[in-house]
Design a protein around this ligand. Sequence first.
Ligand SMILES: [Zn+2]
Length: 171
Amino acid sequence: MLCLHCGHDEQSLGPSCEDCGSYVGYVADGRGYLPQLKVLDVALREGTVSTDEAEKRLERASGALETLVHFMDECGQGLMTLEWDDVQQGTLGGFMMPIREAFENLKGLVDQLDPAGNWSEETWSQLNEAQTQVQLGSEGMSMLTQTLAAVAVEKGVDLEQVFAEPEPESE
Ligand SMILES: [Zn+2]
């Protein structure tokens, strides 16, 4: 998970960035970037973070989410090159599209966040809703990848290539 504070790509399961010590949340709790956004919201209210700094962090969050959307697209394309039948293709699409949409939706909400802070309760409930969709989608994806792994073994396909981790965007 990307540390929105320093831009370090944190590989541990949390809760702190190993580079700058900022709170990044727990990877396993499925809240994604929301804990970091919450910290930012509080810091803005307390005036400990400047609008410029907030803008930078929001851009990092947006960029990270965009990377995930691209990653979904690349996975989709990678999977299309494998020879699945129509039913399998449909199943894949059924799992992948909702999570892609969820990432895109969340990115859209992050893009709309005012770097000056004072995010409304409604904004937070939209963010929470979007994150919940991401989490549900992720659960579907992990089920799917397990199923795919089994099918891939049968077909002699190297799934590691299809589901290679996205390269973190460097600045
Ligand atoms: Zn950091």
